[in-house]
Design a protein around this ligand. Sequence first.
Ligand code: DC
Length: 219
Amino acid sequence: MAEPRIITIDGPAGVGKSTLAKRLAGRLGIAYLDTGAMFRGTALALGEGAWDWPEERLQAALAALRFSLAGTGADSRVCLGDACLGNEIRTEQVAMWASNIATLPAVRAFQKQAQQAIGRTTSLVAEGRDMGSVVFPRARPKFFLDASPEVRARRRLLQLREMGKPADLEEITASIRARDHQDRTRAAAPLVAAPDALVIDTGPLDIDGVFAVMVAAVG
Ligand code: DC
């Protein structure tokens, strides 16, 4: 069997990684691995306050979690045990819990081995914060998408309005800034571009513009 192909997409919250990862995976006919969903699923399974648990309790709870990946392209789903993760993980609260547990070395070590195990059997567009820098250092190409918190908050506001959900620009900007700060300053695998990543400033580009740059790099 040919070795699985791994392409990575990293960047801060709300930069368009998921949309682009799904599109790229769909075009290549391979799976999309949403590692944010793995952190969110872990946070929800462990529950509030898990970031303060003693190491032993945390390790035991992590050891009971079994992640897998189903489907390809936009239909790829992260599954935990027998159930695939859905909208229950898409809340601001679960996002903040995920960011909290993502600071813990035990959680990062567990996620890394679960993600690498998936990548050994399936070609992937792997999306997250440390895919190119830590989890898949041999991936080619590696993308790092960036944009200012203000640009990302405005995009998120439009998305929420389109879904008919109430949204406040100041609140969204504050929440993006808080998560950015925590994700970029944590000691364990902080959000940074890998030295060999192609950094794309998505500020001046729309989704089609960013996708065109990525497709050209994938070849
Ligand atoms: O991409 P997202 O918003 O679904 O990610 C939720 C949180 O999970 C994010 O704030 C940081 C963490 N995360 C991480 O630390 N490393 C990853 N590879 C993916 C997500």
